[in-house]
Design a protein around this ligand. Sequence first.
Ligand code: F3S
Ligand code: F3S
Length: 105
Amino acid sequence: TYVIAQPCVDLKDKACIDECPVDCIYEGPRMMYIHPDECVDCGACEPVCPVEAIFYEDDLPQQWNEFAPANAEVFEKVGSPGGASASGPLVSDHPVVENTSPVTA
Ligand code: F3S
Ligand code: F3S
């Protein structure tokens, strides 16, 4: 699967959403998350993110290791909705994201 990491936090550019053919990029309060069971590894989202927040899981920079489980665990309560636009935004972020300091421009 692909994973969204820290550069997305408090930015949420959303260019990635338009590229995903399976609508598996979900919005949380502070960042977007890729559903690991719904992502088909097409890779279309990765090059369009202006801050390079998206990585194939094996290529995730080490300092953002915890974002791989975060992208998975944030769906523990909702399961696999099968489409972000129909299911709506997630009500809360993963604790890893909640504990990330706000980004000041
Ligand atoms: Fe975030 Fe980049 Fe998508 S900032 S919303 S991962 S285009
Ligand atoms: Fe969608 Fe990106 Fe996966 S475009 S299918 S989330 S690699």
